[in-house]
Design a protein around this ligand. Structure first.
Ligand SMILES: NC(=O)c1ccc[n+]([C@@H]2O[C@H](COP(=O)([O-])OP(=O)(O)OC[C@H]3O[C@@H](n4cnc5c(N)ncnc54)[C@H](O)[C@@H]3O)[C@@H](O)[C@H]2O)c1
Length: 701
């Protein structure tokens, strides 16, 4: 353990270096090592000041998250920080890489901070359902004022060293060698006789908030909507408020209480699960990280519709030049106009500099000439969802694209292998299933065909990382992971309204559960026509003995495609997005119920929740069983990033585990009795329920 932290001296400056790769996490060994080295430095008569820094690529990037599940082992980070701050020698933190969470709290315990310009600082705890628990909520408001501290701590966002310098969180920016710069800065502080500035003793910045305690309620109000359902952001506010209302030592105690409350909450466990699941998703057992990915210098997108335009934007946003190939000049112009409009909207909100917008637009080149695909390292097809059209496009790509190019399809329901068969290089064909709007939604399902090579997967994965997507690998099946599960969710939502619920009630129940929106509002946003066209294609294969709700089809027959046509499951006032109940829809629903002989009744909220969510879990179990998803966590990631499932519940598979699979399986079996075949419990679910296990126990020894 001793070598996790070391002490040495350079001239009159003692240097404490944390060396705990990869990110110098503040595990128990580092905390103990820091205490030991602090003692050495403080007792070293030759040292006039101490510099604390990290070896390798970063300063301490936070707590050791693996410790969160266990009782916290001493020494406590608060004690380490108190020792730094109260120590007899001037202490300076020298930051580089990412100084996050506990790392930043150590830096705030120091009397001064310097950093390389490339450094990022932040308190990401809130994203794990926690709050900074080692004085961060007490010291930051004293340094930057409570309002700014609230923004920083409650958002959890990182900030550049330059921004932090402007706010006074960092005293000195360093160019070149960090260690040399830090030593020189420390020598200067000593030479100038600068005091040991203890942030815990600085009070002036708290004064305005003491006179106007309303800032906290105003801030609560401001985050009410974006933080709906979450516990930690509100606990963060309480902690910062304690910094204003209590003396420092008491504030620290309050912060600790609030931290432990968050740590013990199911929300933080779920959010920590989500955090690990996202990282794990990028690990494909038979495609190791070393698998060579082909470099991607240029891309092409076929089709400039809803998806093609958004996909082209994600490439341009990452600095990758992209040709967009369309079938007609009108479609091309329409597509490019939408792209321009989307960028302009972002620029108008001040979130994109005009010059940057122009740079991105210049990277997107529309064309009707197919030879434009010749220089692309990856081509993403986003044309109509029809097999014949897709196959024709792929046959053409096979003739025109580079021999090494990855040929990707954005299909949402078609068989990737069948598409690949239109080419002489099925190994280079992969599904890249983007979510709408593609430039906004973070999820990307990569769909592995039977012949997709490891190199193709590695290349697509590397691209996904570069364009900032969270990606999950799915096997090739109807609907892949996300939409295959969604089918049951939507089916039950529609059955429920036939049985007597209203779209508003169903949507409210799922919204209150924490979804970004309910199933009917979601369909209206996505457009009902897409599913309608797909259902028409499959109508012949539908089992006649199976209950089927025709309401969505009838809405489409009346031209009600959702928000874009002013009506779908709801009606919309021109230019407004607020869904309003529509008597015409209610009549269609009642008519459908009558035709099927359904006796309408009052449906309880609890039934709505179970009927909609259990199908997700049951189908998820089948998807796991069949190996379509590699792990339950991948399914959770798909739902968190593609479908607005509340992150503080961890995803559908994790959520089912928190309820206990036995209970979930019993409920599904009960609905199986009532509603028949569609509710048959998946055998994996049955087995795990019997064994008292959860999905996440699978694959664990
Ligand atoms: N819309 C969604 O929410 C969504 C989400 C995920 C995946 N997808 C999938 O993405 C694909 C595209 O969907 P969309 O919603 O963007 O459709 P869209 O109808 O908006 O756009 C398709 C575009 O492709 C063009 N096109 C058709 N045939 C072409 C050809 N041979 N050569 C060049 N261009 C051609 C059309 O002119 C049109 O502009 C489909 O496979 C769809 O299933 C859609």
């Amino acid at each position: 353990m001793a070598d996790l932290v070391s002490y040495e001296r350079q001239g009159a400056i003692g240097i404490i270096t944390v060396d705990n790769p990869p990110v110098n996490a503040l595990g128990v060994g580092v905390r103990q090592g820091l205490l030991d080295c602090l003692r050495r430095g403080q007792e070293d008569a030759g040292a006039t000041a101490l510099v604390i820094m990290g070896a390798g690529r970063t300063f301490m990037a936070g707590a050791d998250i693996r410790e969160f599940g266990r009782p916290l082992e001493p020494p406590d980070l608060n004690d380490v920080i108190a020792r730094i701050e109260a120590g007899p020698k001037l202490a300076l933190a020298a930051l580089h890489g990412t100084a996050l969470g506990g790392g930043l709290e150590v830096a705030l315990g120091c009397h001064y901070r310097c950093a390389l310009r490339s450094t990022q600082v932040g308190f990401p705890e809130v994203k794990l359902g926690l709050l900074p628990g080692a004085g961060g909520t007490q010291r930051l408001p004293r340094l930057v004022g409570p309002e700014m501290a609230l923004r920083i701590i409650v958002s959890g966002d990182m900030m550049s060293a330059e921004q932090a310098h402007a706010l006074g969180r960092i005293d000195e920016l360093i160019d070149g060698d960090l260690r040399a710069g830090a030593v020189a800065f420390a020598e200067r502080l000593v030479a100038e006789g600068r005091p040991r500035r203890k942030i815990s003793e600085v009070d002036e910045r708290l004064e305005p908030a003491r006179r106007d305690p309303g800032i906290f309620d105003r801030f609560r109000k401001e985050i009410e909507r974006p933080a709906r359902g979450y516990l930690a952001p509100f606990k963060c506010i309480e902690a910062v408020q304690a910094a204003v209302t209590l003396p420092f030592a008491e504030g620290l105690r309050r912060e600790r209480e609030l931290f432990l409350e968050c740590l013990a909450s199911p929300q933080s466990k779920a959010q920590i699960h989500a955090f690990f699941a996202e990282r794990e998703a990028a690990r494909i057992p038979d495609v190791p990280r070393e698998t060579p990915a082909r470099p991607i210098a240029a891309a092409a997108v076929i089709g400039a519709g809803t998806m093609g335009g958004g996909i082209a934007m994600t490439f341009a946003n990452a600095g990758i030049p992209v040709h967009v190939v369309e079938a007609t000049p009108e479609a091309l112009e329409r597509g490019l106009a939408t792209v321009r409009k989307n960028y302009a909207a972002t620029a108008d909100k001040g979130r994109l500099a005009p010059a940057e917008m122009e740079r991105r637009l210049a990277l997107i080149r529309g064309t009707l000439a197919w030879d434009a695909v010749a220089d692309a390292d990856i081509v993403v097809e986003a044309v109509f969802e029809e097999m014949a059209v897709k196959q024709e496009v792929f046959a053409r790509l096979d003739r025109l694209a580079k021999p090494t190019a990855v040929l990707a399809t954005n299909t949402s329901t078609l068989d990737v292998d069948e598409i690949a068969r239109a080419t002489g290089r099925p190994g280079q064909v992969i599904g890249t299933h983007f979510f709408s709007p593609a430039n906004v939604m973070r999820l990307l399902e990569l769909v592995r065909g039977a012949r997709t090579t490891k190199e193709t997967i590695a290349t697509a994965a590397e691209l996904a990382r570069r364009i900032g997507k969270v990606w999950v690998l799915s096997g090739n099946c109807d609907g892949f992971i996300g939409n295959r599960m969604l089918a049951g969710y939507l089916r039950e939502a529609e059955f429920l309204v036939e049985e007597g619920a209203t779209p508003e009630q169903v949507d409210r129940v799922l919204y209150d559960f924490g979804f970004a929106m309910g199933p009917f509002a979601m369909q209206d946003l996505a457009g009902l026509d897409v599913g309608w066209r797909i259902r028409k294609g499959k109508a012949a294969a539908r089992r006649q003995d199976q209950r089927y709700s025709p309401v969505a089809d009838r809405l489409c027959e009346r031209g009600r495609f959702g928000q874009k046509t002013g009506g779908g499951w709801y009606r919309y006032e021109p230019g407004r997005r607020a869904p309003r109940p529509d008597p015409e829809v209610a009549a269609l629903i009642a008519e459908s119920a009558r035709e099927q002989g359904i006796r309408r009744r009052a449906v309880g909220d609890e039934e709505i929740l179970g009927r909609c969510l259990y199908p997700l879990v049951n189908e998820g179990a089948r998807i796991l069983e069949e190996g379509i998803a590699l792990r339950a966590g991948d399914i959770d990631v798909v739902y968190l990033h593609g479908y607005g499932f509340p992150r503080y519940r961890g995803g559908p598979m994790y959520w089912a585990g928190t309820l206990g699979l036995k209970g979930v399986c019993d409920e599904i079996a009960r609905y199986h009795q009532i509603h028949g075949r569609l509710w048959e419990p998946a055998s994996l679910l049955r087995r795990l329920a019997e064994q008292g296990q959860s999905f996440h126990d699978l694959g664990r020894a």
